[in-house]
Structures are given as structure tokens and as C-alpha cells.
Ligand binder design. Structure first.
Ligand SMILES: Cc1cc2nc3c(=O)[nH]c(=O)nc-3n(C[C@H](O)[C@H](O)[C@H](O)COP(=O)(O)OP(=O)(O)OC[C@H]3O[C@@H](n4cnc5c(N)ncnc54)[C@H](O)[C@@H]3O)c2cc1C
Length: 436
């Protein structure tokens, strides 16, 4: 490392790079790396807008930030529970699935352990190649505070971007669920000022988030109607059966990465039901019971518009008009609501956006997707000798767990092992995880 140059720059500080920071922190003192993580949020936050009361983690707490890499790490969820004085109580709760609120508290607790290597409120706005002797030896990052840092390796873990339905921009009454709680606070304040309450919501989507939003709005606004609109006939249950769940195992990444592309596509398609457009069985039952009880009582507030799709959305002064097409009958119904919440998922941002001048050096497959080594480094032209690692957005090469929590711990070990191996350090030490 030359003077002032980092060994590792992490872009984004969600669970993925937090797991990496913890792995770096566990390196022995004589083997330290110069690492810095930049996060544009002012403090640590994991999908704060969706920390709905009662919503639970979709993976076992054993898939925390460290345990699958180093079961004796002091930064495990169990260590957190112990420090908070709740270990026995958690054991008695007999669950693998803590609430997202509790897991968020764990993540914040873990982030505080490595706060010294994080710059919050700092966005990485651009990356530039540092050329020496005809090779790209390092990367220079431009930060939103106007400063620049150089690093020999960079780890992009920037998460996903909220996706709106085509042709439907966000607006004062058209939201994406990702910012739900903040938007609801503002809505509540506006209503409090006029002594009124929201009377109707439309929620678009059939996935876990959509169902959670429907349930939350229904419970939070006892005087409001909630319209759930989706294309399929009913909410589909998530497949969390044990054999299918193996698709999220660390070992599955090895198998997936070496499989022929056509087999990878086939496996992604076959197992989409473990994660996409599916809902926890318990939540489906609960929503069904709610709807049925209202039917019996003759006082419907929850309306499920199945086999339906959005035709047009128009924001008005005091409401949003949502035209919904019933796909079976062809009938169009206009719903007038206080708000339309689009729980329409997320999309990856191509790393080329950040890589700028470096982007053409990144190799792609026939479908235009970036090629990624097993150790999460982008495949680049040979003159790029610095490492550009990608955590997230690698479903096509590393499988379904790529943007989820399932593998954050082992993956952090793999990335760190790669960084250290290329720096000449032995890769097998526990903090670095598996040799690559
Ligand atoms: C509501 C919700 C619940 C979920 N629950 C689960 C679950 O139970 N189990 C599961 O496995 N997965 C779950 N997921 C999937 C989710 O992707 C993972 O939980 C996790 O957030 C992935 O971590 P990450 O670090 O890759 O991305 P993120 O958590 O999205 O973190 C990326 C970070 O990078 C920052 N950033 C982006 N660009 C820049 C930049 N240029 N400069 C600086 N900072 C930047 C962002 O501000 C963000 O903090 C959930 C997702 C949502 C939306």
C-alpha cells in the first residue's frame, strides 16, 4: 500500500459491507488492512421505511453477519442477545425468526463495533482508474464531501433500487413501500392538522412487502379501506421447505457458479418461489381470516382485487385516482384513495454507473450481464490489476442468495480472503474465511 492509499474501499454500508467490516476487524493486529466504508445515509439503517411492527426476518438468525463464517465471532446475534440481557428470553420464544426491529437493533449494535472504519453521510459519486506503468493498479473514489480516496481494492455493495410500475412516477400520493413509515408519518401529520384521518389506500403488488403493507395499513387505520391489487389469483406462499432452502446454502454458490448458464437460468426460474412474489404462509392465512371475518360481519374494509392490473394513475389535489383492470372480465374500476403504495420490488443498478471510465474494461456475457469470478471480483481486462468486487446484483453468476442476507457472512470471508490473497497474505485465516 503506498502512502495514503487504502487496501479496501467499501461502497455502501448495508449488511453486506458491514459483514465485511466485521471480518476485517477480526484480522490479527499484525495483519491489519487499511479499510474504509462509505455510506450515504447519515447513520446505519437497514430498510428503515419497512420496519413494520411485528414483521419478522425471512431467514434464520443463524444467518447473521458472522456465524456462518466464524461461529465463535464476538459479533454474532447470540453475542448481541447476551449483551442486551435477552438471551434466555429469546431462547424461550422458540423462534429462528426475530422481528426485523430486533434484527435492525442487532445490525446497529454490530455497526457500532466497527464505526471507526465507516464514513456516514458520504456518497461515493464516481470511481476512476489510477494508471501506473500501463496497468490500472488502484481506484480513486470521488466522495460527496468533495474529498478523494485511493484504494487498491474496492467492494461495491450498494444494494437495490426501488422499482416503480412503468409510467408511474412517485408523487405526494404515489409511494414506493421502501419509504412507507416516513411517508405515513408525514401523512399522519397532515391529517392531524385538519382533524381528519385517511380513508382509503391502494396497495399494488403480491409479494411479502405488499402483504405486509396491506396488513399494516389495515391495522393502523381502523377507519380506512385497503385495496390490494395484483395480477395473480391469490397471494402465493413462499417455499421455505428445507430441500428448496438449500439453494441459499454457502455450498450452493459453488455449484451454481460452475453450472452451465442454461442450468443456472433454469434453477433461478424453478426456485423463484423461494423469494419473489411470494408471501409467508402465516401472513396469507391472517389476511384471509381478516377478509372472511369482514364478509361475515358485512363490513368490508379489506378488498382483494385478484387477477387485476393497474391501468392508469392520476394524482388529484385531495386523492389519487387509480384505474384497475379486471383481467378476467375486462371491466375497469376506478378506486379513489388517499395514497397508492407500489410494493413493486427492486432492481439492480448496473455497476457501470459508478465505474464510469472503468466500465468498458469489465467483461460481460452475451446477455450484457457482468462476468464475476467466484471470489466476487468482476472479470476485467488483464491490465486492471486492482480488484473490483461486487456484493449483490450477482444472481446470474452466484445464485439466489446474492442480494439477500443468507450468505453475507461467508461471502464477506470470501471477499476478504481474495483481497488478502492478492495482497500476498495467507488466505486461510478464519477472518478471511475459505481460501479461494
Ligand atoms: C423490507 C425488506 C426486508 C427484507 N428482509 C430480508 C430478509 O428477511 N432476509 C433476507 O435475506 N433479505 C431480506 N431483504 C433483502 C435485502 O436486500 C437484504 O436484507 C440486505 O439489505 C442486503 O444488504 P446489502 O448490504 O447488499 O444492501 P442494502 O441493505 O440495500 O445496503 C446498501 C447500502 O449502500 C448504500 N449506498 C448505495 N449507493 C451508495 C453510494 N454510491 N455511496 C455510498 N453509499 C451507497 C445505501 O444507502 C445502503 O445503505 C429485505 C429487503 C427489504 C427491502
Amino acid at each position: 500500500m503506498s502512502r495514503g492509499e487504502l487496501d479496501l474501499l467499501g461502497v455502501g454500508f448495508g449488511p453486506a459491507n458491514l459483514a465485511l467490516a466485521l471480518a476485517v476487524d477480526e484480522l490479527p493486529p499484525d495483519d491489519r488492512l487499511g479499510a474504509l466504508f462509505c455510506e450515504r445515509q447519515p447513520r446505519f439503517g437497514w430498510h428503515r421505511g419497512m420496519l413494520l411492527p411485528g414483521a419478522t426476518l425471512q431467514v434464520s438468525f443463524l444467518k447473521d453477519l458472522v456465524t456462518q463464517r466464524n461461529p465463535t465471532s464476538p459479533a454474532s446475534f447470540v453475542a448481541y442477545l447476551h449483551e442486551r440481557g435477552r438471551l434466555a428470553d429469546f431462547v424461550n420464544a422458540k423462534t429462528f425468526f426475530p422481528t426485523r426491529l430486533e434484527f435492525h437493533d442487532y445490525l446497529e449494535w454490530a455497526a457500532a463495533r466497527v464505526a471507526g472504519s465507516v464514513r456516514y453521510g458520504t456518497e461515493v459519486t464516481a470511481l476512476r482508474p489510477v494508471r501506473e506503468d500501463g496497468a490500472v493498479r488502484a481506484v480513486e473514489a470521488e466522495l460527496s464531501d468533495g474529498t478523494r480516496v485511493r484504494s487498491r481494492d474496492v467492494v461495491l455493495a450498494t444494494g437495490l433500487r426501488a422499482r416503480m410500475p412503468r409510467g408511474v412516477p412517485r408523487g405526494p400520493r404515489v409511494w414506493h413501500n421502501h419509504t412507507l413509515l416516513g411517508d405515513l408519518r408525514a401523512l399522519d401529520e397532515a391529517h392531524a392538522a385538519t382533524g381528519t384521518a385517511p380513508r382509503s389506500f391502494v396497495v399494488l403488488g403480491a409479494g411479502q412487502s405488499a402483504a405486509e403493507v396491506v396488513q399494516h395499513l389495515h391495522a393502523r387505520y381502523p377507519g380506512a379501506e385497503v385495496h390490494s391489487v395484483f395480477r395473480s389469483f391469490g397471494y402465493a406462499p413462499a417455499d421455505d421447505s428445507p430441500f428448496a432452502n438449500r439453494v441459499f446454502d454457502p455450498a450452493a454458490v459453488d455449484e451454481f457458479h460452475t453450472a452451465p448458464p442454461a442450468v443456472r437460468e433454469d434453477l433461478l426460474r424453478r426456485h423463484a418461489g423461494t423469494n419473489y412474489s411470494v408471501v409467508d404462509q402465516d401472513l396469507i392465512q391472517e389476511l384471509y381470516r381478516t377478509e372472511y371475518a369482514e364478509t361475515v360481519a358485512g363490513a368490508r374494509r379489506l378488498h382483494v382485487h385478484r387477477a387485476s392490473e393497474l391501468l392508469e394513475v392520476r394524482e388529484e389535489e385531495t386523492a389519487v385516482a387509480v384505474d384497475v383492470l379486471d383481467r378476467t372480465s375486462g371491466a375497469v374500476r376506478r378506486l379513489r384513495a388517499d395514497v397508492l403504495v407500489c410494493a413493486t420490488g427492486f432492481e439492480h443498478l448496473d455497476p457501470a454507473v459508478l465505474l464510469g471510465e472503468l466500465a468498458p474494461a469489465v467483461r460481460r456475457d452475451a446477455a450484457g450481464r457482468v462476468l464475476v469470478h467466484r471470489d466476487h471480483r468482476l472479470v476485467t481486462d488483464p491490465d486492471v490489476t486492482c480488484g473490483i468486487h461486487l456484493m449483490g446484483g450477482t444472481e446470474h453468476s452466484h445464485g439466489l442468495s446474492s442480494s439477500l442476507l443468507s450468505n453475507v457472512a461467508p461471502r464477506a470471508g470470501e471477499v476478504l480472503a481474495s483481497v488478502r490473497r492478492r495482497r500476498g497474505a495467507p488466505a486461510g485465516a478464519r477472518a478471511g474465511g475459505l481460501p479461494v
